[in-house]
Design a protein around this ligand. Sequence first.
Ligand SMILES: [Fe+2]
Length: 311
Amino acid sequence: MALRGLLRLGEVAVRVLDMGEAREHYGKRMGLHEVMTDAAGQVYFKAWDEHDHHCLVLREADSSGMDYFAFKVFDDATLDELEPKIRAFGLQVERIAAGVYPKSGRRLQFMLPSGHLMQLYAHKEQIGNSLGVRNPGVLPDEGVIRGFRINRLDHALLGGVNIDESARLFREVFGFDLSERLIDAEGGQSLALFLSCSTKPHDIAFVLQPTPGRFHHVSFLLESESDVIHAADLIGKYRIPVDVGPNRHGVTRGMTIYFFDPSGNRNEVFSGGYVHYPDTPTLTWDTTELGHATFAQDNVVRESFLTVLTG
Ligand SMILES: [Fe+2]
């Protein structure tokens, strides 16, 4: 299919305990570009190779976790088409006027069965990736690609209840494919579901948790696997807490590293993974191979990776 409907995860809003520390982490160390502070003190960042104004919003709060996530859709007609379908699925939909969220057109907002606040928007101010759009060349000026050399926001993994229902919304209403799933080998229960609206192995994923609305991680794409090692070197240099050092996921086959921001929110940077097409069969992993499914280079099941979430 040509990519229409929901295009990509376009925005994640994360709560942090100390904005100064968060700015240092996401800006100076990871290398995202700080583009704006709003009247409420929320700080906005973009990755260098994104055209839209921002992809990450930080809000200082008493608890860490995620406020909401937002997908960009192809156009306003898509919002009009989706609103009654989301209602028919059984969710209440709130309309948010253009401009309520800075640099953004109107939005639809609804609560997923897993307990996560999701938004859809069709327009966000585009400020470019610094290369321009006519004869853009391939490399931005020195200093634009910096820190962890992050290309763009890629996906998020959310923990919650009723993940089968959240996945059903994405499949039946939003047209996503179930690219991979992890199930309990004995009962067959869904433990983690990976969903794609593109040729990526996943654009959003859910992991079963006893409580709704948890945040497992937000993930950013790097250009190469050597950049994963470069990021790991900087993580060590800056004494950033590591959850899982460089390794390869069985699920999605991405080369990954997991670490925590100063507020305890998990971040991932990764590179690689296979190409997903709409006719690619759903890949199923079960708990007899939990180690290989999660970290395929050493097959070690990591308790912290499975149990530490924020929100
Ligand atoms: Fe991830």
